[in-house]
Each structure stands twice: as C-alpha cells, then as structure tokens.
Design a binder for this molecule. Sequence first.
Ligand code: NAI
Length: 246
Amino acid sequence: MRLGNRVAIITGGANGIGRETAFTFAREGAQLMIADYDTAAGQEICAQLREKGAEAAFHQVDVSSRESVQKMVEATVEHFQKIDILINNAGITHDGMLVTLTEEQWRRVIEVNLNGVFFCTQAVVPHMIKQGRGRIISASSVSGVYGNIGQTNYAATKAGVVGMTKSWAKELARHGLRVNAIAPGFVQTRMVETVPQTVLEQVQKQIPVGRLGKPSDIAHAYLFLASDEADYINGTVLHVDGGIIM
Ligand code: NAI
C-alpha cells in the first residue's frame, strides 16, 4: 500500500480527474476527504468508496472562499486527526478570446484556480509543519506552461500555480514538505467536452502517443508524487501530456 495510513484531501474530487484520483488513492490505502462544490456527485463517490472498504468523507467547499476552505480543513482534521496530502485539483475554465474576455470571466477563473490553490495550501500547511511531513500537489496545465489561444485567464492561473509551487517547494522543504505540480495535456473529462470534436481530432494528431489523456493517466502521476517514492522530488512540474509539447 503506497499510501497506507495517509490522509489525503482531494479538491475537485467529485468528478473527472479528481474522482479517478480518489479511487486510485483508496486502492493504495489512503483515507480520503473529498472536497468539492458538487455535493450530489461528492456524496455519491464517497458512498462508492466506502462500499469498496475505503475510509472516505465528503465536505462541500468552495475553494475560492477562504472561510469555506478553512471550515473544510478543520472538518478534515476533526474527522481524520491529520492531513498528509493535499491535492489541489479543483479547477474551471471560462474561455474567451482576449479582446472579448469579460472581467467576470477573468475574475472567476482567478478566484477558483489561483486563489483556491493559495487558500487550500495556506490552510493545510500549519498542520503539515506540525507533523514534520506533507505532500502538496497542484494541477497546472500545458496551457500554463506554453499558453493557449482563448485561455488568457486559465493560462494565467496555471502559470501562477507553477510559480507558487516552486516558491513553496523552497520555503517548506526544511519542514519535511514536498511541493510539486502536474501539467496535464488534453484529458477526457467534461472540461474538454466544450472543445469541438474537429479541434480534438487535430490535437490528437499532434500527440506523439496518439491519444488524448485518460483521468487515470493523471491520477497515477498524482499517486507517484504523493508516495514515498517521490521523496527527493520537490518543486517540479510533471508533464503528463503524451509529449504534445516538448
Ligand atoms: P472537471 O470539471 O471534470 O472536475 C473539476 C472538479 O472541480 C468538479 O468536481 C467541480 O465541481 C470542482 N470544482 C470546480 N469549482 C470548484 C470550487 N470553486 N470549489 C470546489 N470545487 C470546485 O475537471 P477535470 O478535467 O477533472 O480537471 C481537474 C483539474 O485538472 C483542473 O484543475 C483542471 O484545470 C486541470 N486540467 C485538466 C485538463 C483536462 O484536459 N481535463 C488539462 C489540464 C489541466
């Protein structure tokens, strides 16, 4: 069991990549706090995890609200007594070309994808420092590293995740924490459902491994970085994109 006796918070754990990550972590012995805005899906996945013998709880959270995040972290500590792993996975898109992007589109994506990662990390870190150990892994994106048409807001947040990851990796390593990010390419979740099929076919042609990503591709990357095997990896951005951009 690579995560035996470890408590993991997975934000955005009710759907897509987060959901797959919850099942992957549970198979490796982790105790899970599914922290998501989507209560119906979150409670359903929790029930499924428990049916499989995993220890899992759900807490509704809006990661863009510091108060909501604080309550979620307190609930996690109350339920599991500790936090070993934070997966900053919740994220949204509100795409638009630069000249027509509204302030609301800009602000909402910043609030969830950037402020959310900051609020969650700031709230869990004192608990991790106290126990002298912790793992924080956040979702960046190929868009954040290379940019993408129509994704000014999203790319800004995902580049911001890289900057925060590297700063925290330097700041927190001395306390036994490891901080890393993953940069997925195009992964088949509802997030890419809005991308026209013709565009996805074009994208697929550019991916050396010849297919779009599956949620399990990303879940396994999260698992590796959360496991003891990655103890000497700190401040890295692991690209999980089939080699779409090198
Ligand atoms: P998804 O849309 O399937 O799942 C996102 C989850 O986040 C949902 O359960 C949603 O309820 C939750 N969420 C959204 N806003 C929230 C908030 N304010 N508070 C709490 N929970 C909230 O998305 P997917 O594809 O699973 O994405 C997961 C992460 O991976 C995101 O950060 C995304 O930006 C990143 N990513 C995804 C890629 C893809 O192609 N699917 C590519 C690169 C990065």
